[in-house]
Design a protein around this ligand. Structure first.
Ligand code: 4NP
Length: 147
């Protein structure tokens, strides 16, 4: 799960997907990262911690890290929150195989629409909407890839 800072959107996506993976007894490794490095080592944004907690998920074990090229080998699927994140990740790919692992997460809900998860960093009111978008998208991730 990749966004810009790895403190608002992708920590929520990681927390939500981890809960669904556990509920479905799947053996998946779920992680998140940011394409920017400003917040490396930081806790998720307090507003993300709060909206997650309100929905029964604790994300305070997470610390921000920067996306690295090796993630394109390490993971089978890489979900970008917005088109800018998508471009920044794909820039690192060196093969079609790597490029095809990268998808906009909201295309799991509405394929081909290329909708972005809005960046809530500058908007205190955006966090509930982001949570619910990601919950819907993660349901589809489980549905599509659980095999
Ligand atoms: P995120 O939100 O990409 O969802 O973690 C942001 C967090 C920090 C900044 C921008 C977006 N920032 O500019 O520091």
């Amino acid at each position: 799960m990749v966004c810009l800072g790895n403190i608002c959107r992708s920590p929520l996506a990681e927390g939500i997907l981890k809960r669904k993976v556990k509920m479905n007894n799947l053996d998946w490794q779920v992680d998140s990262a940011g394409t920017g490095g400003w917040h490396v080592g930081a806790l998720p944004d307090s507003r993300s911690i709060q909206v997650a907690r309100k929905n029964g998920i604790d994300i305070t074990d997470q610390r921000a890290r920067k996306f690295q090229t090796s993630d394109l080998d390490q993971f089978d699927l890489i979900f970008a929150m917005d088109s800018s994140n998508y471009q920044n990740i794909v820039r690192h790919s060196v093969s079609d195989d790597q490029k095809e692992k990268v998808q906009l997460i909201m295309n799991m809900v509405q394929p081909g629409m290329n909708e972005s998860v809005p960046d809530p960093y500058w908007d205190d009111n955006g966090f509930d909407q982001v949570f619910h978008m990601l919950e819907e998208a993660c349901d589809q991730v489980i549905e599509k890839f659980r095999g």
